[in-house]
Write a protein that binds this ligand. Structure first.
Ligand code: ADP
Length: 694
């Protein structure tokens, strides 16, 4: 299949020449102008991959796979041959792969083993305007690669292309030494933006936007001339719910069109979110059959990462699901928040790709003015930095405060990350990576989870932890049907799975699902019976295999820790979890509330999805995997623990104060300070011993 005539075609020669001439180039252009699919191919065809591959990063997994697929098709090769992709836990590349699409996180991990990126002749950082955390760190690292004083650590012949929709181009150019900017002229049609006045500032925090989006979508379907609809919602659950509602409501509309697949009454309803299978994703690009209107219900992914042709109507909920680090409670929280005004404009623009269009914002003007910020805050300013700081430290970037950030994160966020790394024993008091830190960084998992896996491996019982780590790395495995009757049925089955392992440990339930499904003769039928997402468990099987490979390699190292433990399976499991999750520990403070022990003393509740919900009064100490905030702070995936298991670990939570951490960050620790800490640590340990009340 030949490449389509996209706006980028006219700039082909200019682009190739610009890349040849200078180390850094910025390319901007409207979403859909052909940057992601065509530019890497142009560079390859111009011979720029002769001395190494062309690596193209994308912040999102789905877009990485989808773009690679498209380019492989266009270039007439099998995926994984000339064109391939690599995302966390899924490597579809070979020796012959000259154009490697990958997530930015993947490239960041590659730098750990190959700091000079010697495999690559060109690195293309795509979707730079998204300002994902890994892309931001890559900006700094690539800049450093060129500025290294030691010739041995320099890569002057490598080319770096940064591609972005038109945001913040001057700032980027300045960051890369005032590098040239090439703009690809595009074409878009006018979009009429309509405020539907269905959401007011009071609706922040409610989920009313799901049903309102369904109403507006049906309205558009019934009253507007032909053209596809793109609905922006927040996440998988909301999207599935909206699709169910649309499907049901569409059934009651006058019968006018033929029925096709999930198309009822002329509406072909297609969900689109990150964890969907690639076959399902492919369908969103196919044109709808004649007389049928396509309606894609998507996360933010369709705003810039994927362009769907033929959309004339956008329904914008005005919300996005974002992982935000909340320094007040010192936790990463998945929140539904209003989008920024620039994001809303980008979403609306999707309606004007092929002809004039309309965008229906569910919100009121008041909501727009009061709740929506001008721009989205870059991820580096709002998310936990623990993993990237560990990566930087492992790359010998010790002064993590003065690293060349495009937008420096707040210093207190850096300090918090250092504190957590210190608590996990990944760095020492001087801010140097410990041996454990070097082990931890090998796992593409949050440090807390890697800690638990390593503890289990040292006890020879990784079989307990690897499936759990895998299950926590894939999408939610529990199906929650929209229909109340079916929902009851699903809940009963989920309870059954929990009670088979004692009904008091969400981590153990995940292990139970993994093991039962694996042992079953027909895993997909087993999943169906228990209302479990088979696709999610299937990916967990593959993730587990990969985590096992890493563990096996580490265990062969002569200095990998070896420990022994006498106790039941459930106790070992809980103690291994403690080794990582003691940072996320809370103690019951009232009938149903718990208080975190990290110095913030936040009040948290057990999430209703937990098997421990309604058992609060029986518990004292709990650890948890994650936090969700609605009207209250909820903890999810919970396990009760005993104080005696935590006693030795808890003092680590309070050892360093902000001033000391600042020195750790900059490596300006004096011997005197170290002695002072040691004395205080001893004192704290003694104090903790007195408060044991379990
Ligand atoms: P940009 O990077 O400038 O946003 P892209 O190169 O991603 O643009 O997209 C160019 C065109 O290729 C768009 O019209 C888009 O619809 C199409 N396209 C991209 N990926 C796929 C795919 N997997 N299947 C079908 N069409 C695709």
């Amino acid at each position: 299949m030949d490449a389509p005539a996209l706006p980028i075609r006219r700039s082909r020669r200019q682009l190739v020449e610009a890349v040849r001439e200078r180390p850094f180039l910025i390319v901007t252009g409207e979403t859909g102008s052909g940057k992601s699919t065509q530019l890497p191919r142009y560079l390859y065809e111009a011979g720029l991959a002769e001395h190494g591959a062309i690596g193209v990063t994308q912040p999102r997994r789905v877009a990485t796979v989808s773009v690679a697929q498209r380019v492989a098709e266009e270039m007439g090769c099998a995926l994984g041959a000339l064109v391939g992709y690599q995302v966390r836990f899924d490597d579809c590349t070979s020796e012959d792969t000259a154009i490697r699409y990958m997530t930015d996180g993947c490239l960041l991990r590659q730098i750990l083993t190959d700091p000079l990126l010697s495999k690559y002749s060109v690195i293309v950082l795509d979707e730079a305007h998204e300002r994902s955390l890994s892309t931001d760190i890559l900006f700094g690292l690539l800049k450093k690669l060129f500025l290294q004083k030691q010739p041995a650590g320099r890569r002057t012949e490598m080319k770096v292309v940064v591609m972005s929709a038109t945001l913040e181009v001057e700032k980027l150019s300045e960051f890369f030494g005032h590098c040239p900017v090439l703009h690809i002229p595009g074409r878009s049609y006018p979009v009429k933006e309509i405020f539907c006045n269905l959401l007011s500032p009071r609706d922040v925090g409610s989920s009313a936007y799901v049903t309102e989006a369904v109403k507006v979508t049906l309205d558009v379907h019934l009253n507007e001339p032909e053209g596809d609809i793109l609905v922006f919602l927040t996440g998988q659950n909301e999207i599935e719910r909206a699709c169910d509602l649309l499907f049901k409501k569409a059934e009651s509309i006058d019968y006018r069109y033929e029925v096709h697949d999930r198309a009822v009454e002329g509406l072909l309803i297609l969900p689109l979110y990150g964890s969907m299978s690639t076959d399902q994703q492919k369908r969103i690009f196919l044109p709808a059959p004649r007389g049928i209107r396509k309606c894609v219900v998507s996360t933010n992914i369709a705003a810039t990462s994927l362009t769907i042709e033929g959309v004339r109507y956008v329904v914008d909920s005005g919300f996005v699901k974002q992982l935000n680090h909340n320094p007040r409670v010192s936790l990463d929280i998945l929140e539904v928040v209003p989008i920024s005004k620039s994001e809303a404009k980008q979403r609306a623009g999707r309606a004007g790709r092929t002809s004039a269009g309309k965008s229906f914002g569910l919100y009121s003007r008041e909501f727009w003015e009061q709740c929506m910020p001008e721009h989205t805050l870059p991820e580096i300013r709002r998310s936990s930095l623990t993993s990237v700081i560990l990566t930087l430290k492992c790359l010998s970037v010790h002064d993590v405060i003065r690293f060349p950030y495009l937008d420096p994160p707040e210093e207190r966020h850096i300090l918090e990350a250092l504190k957590e790394l210190y608590q996990c024993n990944a760095i020492d008091r001087r801010g140097h990576v410990t041996r454990l830190g070097e082990f931890l960084v090998q796992f593409p998992l949050p440090p807390k989870l890697s800690c638990a896996v390593i503890k289990a491996a040292s006890l020879g019982c990784e079989d307990l932890l690897l499936p759990i780590a895998a299950m926590l790395s894939v999408e939610n495995v529990f199906i929650r049907p929209g229909d109340p009757q079916k929902q009851k049925e699903a809940e009963l089955q989920h309870q059954e799975l929990a009670s088979q392992v004692g009904g008091c440990n969400d981590f153990a339930t995940l292990l139970n699902i993994f093991e039962q499904c694996k042992a079953s003769e027909s895993p997909s039928a087993w999943c169906k019976e228990y209302w479990i997402h088979w696709r999610a468990v299937k990916s967990a099987f593959s993730v587990e295999r990969q985590l096992r490979e890493i563990t096996t390699k580490l265990k062969q190292l002569p200095d990998f820790p070896k420990e022994t433990f006498e106790g039941s399976r459930t106790e070992i499991l809980r103690r291994c979890l403690c080794a990582g999750y003691f940072i996320n520990v809370a103690r019951r403070s009232a009938a149903r509330t718990f208080c975190t022990m990290d110095g913030h003393g936040s009040i948290v509740y057990i999430h209703p999805s937990s098997t421990l919900y309604n058992q609060e009064t029986l518990l004292e100490w709990i650890i948890f995997h994650e936090v969700a905030v609605t009207s209250k702070i909820y903890v999810r995936t919970v396990c009760p623990v005993r104080y005696e298991w935590l006693r030795e670990l808890l003092p680590r939570l309070h050892q360093l104060d902000a001033h000391e951490l600042s020195s750790v960050a900059r490596e300006e620790v004096t011997e005197e300070e170290i002695t002072r800490w040691e004395q205080r640590e001893e004192l704290k340990r003694q104090c903790e011993g007195v408060t044991d009340s379990s």
